[in-house]
Design a protein. Structure first.
Length: 340
């Protein structure tokens, strides 16, 4: 080997060692910025010919594992607000996909929030005096009507306050990466911490979706007794579902959605009808998840990057089957009604 080639080989070895040390120290310190310009030794290496592919750059897998998604917690700044002495509707964050509603008075009567979404479908939410509720604007751009009502007698409700707003979302995922009334969480929630643990073991977004899905399917069981006794006003306590390790379809889908969202993965909680041959239509809840990457979830859910894909962990754990999208050939059909 000529003297020139020896110098080039030595320079390449030195540079690789230096870069490896930089990457290791950067990862250990939690700092993702490598300032090559601070190393005077690099400029002193003569005639260095480097193939970029041979330089060990920071692994995308390690970056993903070590990254932490900052949950965009809702607030109510009052910049855009409709209010009176009894209630308020803060729609300052309408383009981020949510409004905040509160009842300021005191009453023992039932309180309801009615949300009419683009296309005319109506959503109903419970409201507790003295508490603020975050309601998603999960039906895309368009006109929403939000109103608060107090039950009087029979089917009669008193109109408390109402507002009509035009929504133009910052992006289509805005409502689906944030906590809201039915899917509430923060960084201290036990299932958020579990999702973060799964993230540290995952190489990329597809791995994490798969890990969360499999965790739910393998660790949460279907509660047949609860399913037989549940009433129309039932809501999910996500922490309790994780603690007990059981729940009905709504619980299972809500836990899955919350864990995905807590890591910045867009996910919808979907209510609708599931049609199964020989059983007919069943009111059901499942998940729709978005991934920018291709991959496989569970046993046979194939994700094409850039699309929303149906996940149904309940049917997977009960019937040992999993569906991708709305299917007809095997006698199973999903029909969406509500998005949260």
């Amino acid at each position: 080997m000529s003297g020139l080639m020896q110098r080039k080989s030595l320079a390449l070895v030195i540079l690789i060692v230096i870069m490896a040390g930089l990457i290791f120290n950067g990862l250990m310190s939690g700092c993702g910025e490598v300032k090559i310009g601070t190393l005077g030794t690099l400029s002193d290496v003569p005639e260095v010919l480097i193939d970029e592919q041979t330089v060990p750059l920071a692994s995308a897998d390690l970056i993903f594992r070590n990254s932490v998604f900052e949950i965009p917690m809702p607030d109510a700044p009052g910049l855009l607000k409709e209010s009176n002495e009894l209630a308020f509707i803060d729609y300052s964050n309408k383009n981020d996909g949510y409004v905040t509603v509160g009842f300021l008075g005191s009453t023992d009567n039932i309180l309801r929030v009615l949300k009419v979404v683009p296309g005319g479908r109506e959503y109903t939410y419970n409201l507790t005096p003295g508490e603020h509720e975050v309601l998603p604007l999960a039906n895309g751009d368009g006109q929403y009507i939000i109103s608060v009502h107090e039950h009087m007698v029979g089917t009669i409700y008193l109109d408390i306050i109402s507002v009509t707003i035009d929504v133009e979302l910052t992006d289509e995922f805005a409502p689906f990466i944030r906590p809201s009334q039915l899917i509430w969480y923060d960084k201290e929630s036990p299932f958020t911490k579990k999702a973060l643990d799964l993230r540290s073991e995952s190489n990329n977004q597809i791995d994490l979706i798969n890990a969360i899905y499999n965790f739910v399917v393998e660790n949460i069981t279907y509660d047949y007794e609860l399913a037989e006794t549940v009433d129309v006003n039932y809501t999910t306590d996500i922490n309790r579902v994780l603690e007990l390790g059981s729940g009905i379809c709504l619980d299972i889908a809500t836990l899955t959605t919350a864990m995905l969202r807590s890591q910045g993965i867009p996910a919808k909680l979907v209510y609708g009808y599931l049609y199964i041959s020989n059983h007919g239509n069943i009111y059901h809840a499942w998940v729709s998840v978005f991934s920018a990457e291709d991959g496989t979830i569970g046993r046979n859910i194939h994700i094409s990057g850039g699309t929303w894909v149906l996940l149904d962990p309940t049917t997977d754990m009960i019937l040992l089957m999993s569906e991708s999208g709305v299917t007809v050939g095997n006698g199973v059909i999903y029909h969406d009604l509500y998005y949260y």
